[in-house]
Design a protein around this ligand. Structure first.
Ligand code: FAD
Length: 450
């Protein structure tokens, strides 16, 4: 017979864990957390590479230094995580052309200005399209054409849109970003948090309520409760369920719902974009790039947008590690996920040789994360359309009967970020507590009938 609990939480990323924390700390202790993979953390994930610990998923605490404190910055402090300040905005002054020269800062600044203006024009046009009473605008934004314009367009749109539209993370918590550079990984912050409400020993979670390698495949639900079936044919029954699987997973067919999710829910799920963001790590026998804080980020102006454009050296994080990181997104990410790492290594080396000359050494190792092909992720994070209507936001997080939704994608203000995941878990935990109290008040809880 199925294992029983009050609440099942699907997923042990930061949102599932913060939801669990709210429940346990408020007296709902008989929970079960079902996690598909062999570890907690989800998209917070470190891996040993080239002698140090690198972050395959979230790398920065974004939104620091403002008047309000980012709760994840607080968690990082409590966990005593080692971090270092990163300044993306230098990247535009370190753009290499195919002959290995850096574009003069004047040209870079002009191109940047042009890109910002064009992005603002695009936004304005969108806004007018959305505003029924608006007068039609005929100004067309200019499109990037030259390699430097393409490179700048890429970092503006894929990294720095804060310069164009206000982004809640930076408005609320401040504009600074700190890279986590800690051998224990970003995930150490999760273990620290878990200590407060789960049994842990030696920095590991040893609580029998956490079940790893449990892939939820079927979710039966009714007005009386939920029944979950996992890939290894275990069943779990509960009054309520919190589902923290990513937007990419919800768009896939990994989990089947019985009865199916209502149309309004499916439409909302399908309306969000999934961003794929890939950090490729390369280890070298020695350093051949300029070091220094203002050189941390550099770019290559390729005629193909987003083709090995955005680079970072890890000398600030781990001096002497001789590691470079190149970030690809979306189409380029999917393309490299589908090819062998040796092909990717060759492509990356060809670009590096354009920047630094033919005599640089080959990388001795490469690490290519595959978030798109990971069936428990199907992408890196969610992206809301620029003009979202409130209905979409409400529908994404609204419960369906006894299934409550959480995760970074359900955070209206902070979707796409670790703090979005953390805060959404707290919200969902509290919403479920209210529901439990309300039904206890009405004495409506039925004993486990599905
Ligand atoms: P997840 O961490 O995905 O947790 C969901 C869990 O559910 C996973 O553990 C998954 O295995 C599990 N699961 C899925 N399906 C099932 C199933 N069927 N059964 C059981 N379990 C299931 N954010 C920042 O703030 N700063 C950054 O610098 C940053 N960079 C990023 C870079 C990359 C490459 C990526 C991928 C993400 C980045 N993010 C960053 C975003 C951040 O990592 C996420 O927003 C956050 O970690 C999401 O947490 P979550 O709990 O919502 O989801």
């Amino acid at each position: 017979s199925p294992a029983r609990s009050s609440v099942i939480i699907v997923g042990a990323g930061i949102s599932g864990l913060s939801a669990a924390k709210v429940l346990v700390e408020n007296g709902v202790e008989d929970i079960i957390i079902l996690e598909a993979s062999e570890r907690v953390g989800g998209r917070i994930r470190k891996q040993e590479f080239g002698g140090v610990s690198v972050e395959l998923g979230a790398g920065w605490v974004a939104g620091v230094g403002g008047t309000k404190i980012n709760p994840v910055w607080d968690l990082a402090k409590q966990a005593n995580l080692r971090t270092c300040f990163s300044d993306y905005s230098n990247a535009r002054y370190n753009i290499y052309d195919p002959s290995g020269k850096i574009f003069p800062s004047g040209i870079a600044a002009d191109s940047y200005q042009k890109a910002v203006e064009s992005a603002m024009q695009k936004l304005k046009n969108e806004e007018e399209k959305n505003d029924l009473d608006g007068t039609k605008n005929t100004d067309q934004p200019c499109s990037p054409e030259t390699p430097i314009e393409l490179a700048i367009d890429f970092i503006l749109h894929d990294f720095e849109m804060a310069e164009v539209e206000p982004i809640s993370t930076y408005v609320d918590f401040g504009e600074k970003e700190f890279l986590v550079a800690d051998e224990r990984g970003y995930e150490h912050l999760l273990y620290k948090m878990a200590e407060k409400f789960l049994f842990t020993s030696d920095g590991k979670i040893s609580d029998s309520r956490l079940k790893l390698n449990k892939v939820v495949r079927e979710l039966q639900h009714s007005r009386n409760g939920v029944l979950v079936t996992t890939e290894d044919d275990c069943t779990y029954q509960a009054n309520y369920l919190i589902l923290s699987a990513s937007i990419g997973v919800l768009q896939s067919d990994l989990i089947s719902f019985k009865p199916p999710l209502p149309r309004w829910k499916l439409e909302a799920i399908n309306e969000l974009d999934v961003i794929v963001y890939t950090k490729i790590f390369l280890k070298f026998p020695y350093k051949f790039w300029p070091a220094g804080a203002e050189k941390e980020f550099f770019m290559y102006a390729h005629e193909r947008r987003g083709y090995y454009t955005f680079w970072q050296h890890m000398e600030n994080a781990y001096p002497g590690s001789n590691i470079l990181v190149v970030t690809l997104t979306n189409g380029e990410s999917k393309r490299v996920e589908a090819q062998s790492d040796q092909e990717t290594l060759k492509e990356a080396m060809d670009v590096l040789r354009k920047m630094f000359g033919p005599n640089i050494p080959d990388a001795s190792d490469i690490l290519v994360p595959r978030w798109w092909n990971n069936r428990f992720q199907r992408g890196s994070y969610s992206n809301y359309p620029i003009y979202v209507n409130q209905q979409l936001v409400d529908n994404i997080k609204a419960p369906v009967g006894r299934i409550f939704f959480t995760g970074e994608h359900t955070s209206e203000k902070f979707n796409g970020y670790v703090h979005g995941g953390y805060l959404s878990g707290i919200d969902t935990g509290n919403a479920l507590l209210d529901e439990i109290k309300e039904s206890q008040r009405k004495n409506l809880i039925q004993p486990f009938l599905v």
